[in-house]
Design a protein around this ligand. Structure first.
Ligand code: NAD
Length: 274
């Protein structure tokens, strides 16, 4: 089995009313890690997930764990629905329940559609879109039974508008943005909210990797990509930060946000105001 579930040091958990159990996929890096940090800081127990060096992941897990938050790791591959099912079961076994689901894992490829690798298209749709459906499929029944749940998908401004050369990503993110509407309706009378956050450009490894690809696709320099392509889309001319996306997501997971559901919230420096 490809998955692992690393336990924190044994400790009695205090079951305060507001202490929730969260899964953030793709939280070994970038935005997901920021969201996991924000949820752990708020006192919620968090299961990390994602790819990476096991020793580095364990170091990250240990830093996030505190007296008020238990932090675990599960290495489920978001390409594999059966591993998503195992992830959910492992969290239930460890923490007793799943309250907060944040599908965040994502990959990107930038290429003209005629040159786009079709195997890569399948991967992008599976990780960025289908995995969110499988997570909801495995968690909604129990959330309904317990009468409380939060589903916050990390979509993108590209779930609301398009850019050239990102056909698979734009398609997948629009799919996730659509999913939150159905989930909001299905959860509305059961204390479950479902929303999507739609960040503009955040300087994470995912974006850093696109810079040379975009430079090649457009035939321009990497500096020109940052200035004229990425930040050209954002009227503030500044990258969004991981911490800003994490704070918005943590708010949506709070009791204060119980009447916010079915929303797709841009956090994009004004990009989608165009
Ligand atoms: P990142 O590359 O830093 O992190 C991606 C995470 O997904 C990593 O933890 C990685 O291990 C994980 N991952 C990749 N494939 C996986 C798989 N098969 N199974 C499990 N985990 C897997 O990227 P990021 O910028 O932090 O992106 C996080 C999310 O935010 C993505 O969904 C991305 O589309 C979205 N987003 C990013 C930006 C941005 O500008 N960075 C903007 C809008 C939306």
């Amino acid at each position: 089995m490809a998955t692992t579930f690393l336990r924190t040091s044994p400790r009695e958990r205090t079951l305060a009313m507001t202490r929730r159990t969260a899964i953030v996929t793709g939280s070994t890096s970038g935005i997901g890690l920021g969201i996991a940090r924000a949820l752990a800081s708020a006192g919620h127990d968090v299961t990390l997930n994602g790819l990476g060096d096991p020793a580095e992941i364990e170091a990250t897990r240990a830093v996030l764990a505190s007296d008020t938050a238990d932090v675990a790791f599960h290495g489920a591959d978001m390409l594999k629905p059966e591993e998503i099912a195992e992830l959910v079961e492992a969290i239930r076994e460890r923490f007793g329940k799943v309250d907060i689901v944040v599908p965040n894992a994502g990959i990107q490829t930038v290429a003209p559609i005629e040159d786009f690798d079709s195997a890569r298209f399948d991967l992008i749709v599976a990780i960025n879109m289908a995995a969110a459906w499988h997570l909801a499929h495995r968690t909604f029944g129990a959330m309904k039974a317990q009468g409380w749940g939060r589903f916050v998908a990390v979509a993108s401004a590209h779930g609301l508008v398009a850019s050239p050369y990102k056909s698979a990503y734009v398609m997948a993110k629009h799919g996730v943005v659509g999913l939150r509407k159905t989930l909001a309706l299905e959860g509305a009378e059961h204390g479950i909210t479902a929303n999507a956050v739609c960040p503009g450009y955040v300087l994470t490894p995912l974006v850093e990797k696109q810079i040379p690809e975009t430079a090649a696709a457009r035939g321009i320099s990497e500096e020109a990509v940052k200035r004229d392509v990425l930040l050209a889309a954002q009227p503030t001319k500044q990258f969004v930060t991981v911490e800003q996306v994490a704070a918005l997501t943590a708010f949506l997971c709070s009791d204060a946000a119980e009447q916010m559901t079915g929303a797709a919230l841009p956090i994009d420096g004004g990009w989608t105001a165009h």
